[in-house]
Design a protein around this ligand. Structure first.
Ligand code: AHR
Length: 356
């Protein structure tokens, strides 16, 4: 692995240790793992409109100060998202917070509904990963007026008023796009032939789709032979990635490179490429973003040539930020996740250690 910064694992581990001392040290049953009066079974409620569950709820008579966190997740569209959800749920449990978790099924209206429900429920902190960048100002003002701090995780909003949220924890998606572009520029630095690139974009209007396209375009512009001949959304899903790649293959005789904004779309595209009788990774070079296990398997088989990592394990950093906000501490307005890049060779070596 070519590491741009030190592994986030060290940061995550120290944060977990911090939580242990901050949240679990009291003699009054402040241990995150302590079972509630129902024998340790977590309370779970279901709300069909917002698909909301309540986890880690404790008996409030036994412990009155448990922090309540409302979290609105984008959905379950990719392996990355599944790992991100698990990280948040596990870390909330570890920190001893009550987590009200809502799955928006990739719909902004569901996220807005969930945030309004959290406001009504008077949670201590609201966190969410915004499915798209725009259209949040009204609901964020409602949270602010109710005195409930908001934390953005994974994806940003484009609101000019940054007083509407406390911090944004997540990757630098423009940088991820640049890393993908730089690898390609390096591959073709001595080549004089035209290289045709197709791009599978993430969800239209989402921060990672906008930024990964931008960073990639910025870097490949240094070599006029590198041409993006088609670019379309695959909505970050495997099924859509396959479908769109099929149409790219039909419409274009010569495709040299696929740049997919996530592993899942790349994996779907690999199916389409193989069905067309071509060899992924050889006939068409493939670059993806994320670095989930299935992506690593494909890379270790030589089907994906280069993966730009996007770290989904944001739970520990989020819980630390929640605790800090509740404690009234000043926190950084932007917390950037640390990540690396992997070639097929790196992936082969790293695969056994991959956690998600
Ligand atoms: O916002 C992060 C992106 O969302 C991941 O790259 C993608 O896989 C996910 O669905």
């Amino acid at each position: 692995m070519v590491s741009f910064k030190k592994s986030g694992l060290i940061v995550a581990t120290s944060l977990l240790l911090l939580f242990a001392s901050a949240c679990g040290g009291s003699g009054s049953g402040g241990n995150a793992q302590e079972p509630a009066n129902n024998g340790g079974k977590q309370a779970e409620q279901s709300n069909s409109a917002s698909n909301t569950t309540t986890e880690n709820a404790k008996d409030t008579t036994a412990e009155s100060k448990q922090i309540v966190l409302g979290f609105s997740q984008v959905g379950a569209e990719s392996g990355w998202r599944t790992a991100n959800t698990k990280s948040i749920q596990d870390s909330a449990k570890e920190a001893g917070f009550e987590l009200k978790f809502s799955d928006a099924q990739q719909k902004q209206e569901n996220q807005i509904k969930a945030i309004r429900t959290f406001i009504q429920q008077k949670v201590d902190v609201i966190a969410f990963s915004p499915v798209v960048e725009s259209g949040w100002d009204t609901v964020l003002k409602e949270a602010k007026d109710a005195g409930i701090p908001v934390i953005l995780t994974d994806r940003a909003v484009d609101s000019p008023d940054d007083s509407l949220y406390k911090t944004f924890i997540g990757s630098d998606f423009v940088e991820e796009g640049r890393r993908a572009g730089q690898w390609l520029v390096d591959q073709f630095k001595d080549s004089t032939e035209e290289i045709n690139i197709v791009e599978l974009q993430g969800t239209t209007g989402s921060a990672p789709a906008i930024d990964r396209q931008k960073g990639f375009a910025e870097v490949i512009a240094s070599n006029p032979n590198l041409k993006v001949i088609a670019s379309q959304t695959g909505d970050f899903t495997r099924a859509k990635g396959k479908e769109v790649m099929q149409s790219f293959l039909k419409a274009n005789k010569k495709i040299d490179v696929l740049y997919a904004h996530n592993d899942d779309m790349g994996l779907g595209a690999i199916q389409a490429i193989e069905a067309a009788g071509l060899k992924p990774g050889e006939d068409i070079l493939i670059i993806t973003v994320d670095g989930v296990k299935d992506g690593f398997v494909a890379a270790s088989e030589g089907k994906i040539n280069f993966i730009v990592e996007c770290n989904p394990l944001l739970g520990p950093q989020l819980m630390q930020a929640v605790q800090d906000v509740v404690d009234g501490k000043e926190i950084e307005k932007r917390i950037v996740t640390e990540e690396g890049v992997f070639t097929s060779e790196d992936a082969k070596r790293e695969l056994p250690n991959r956690k998600y």
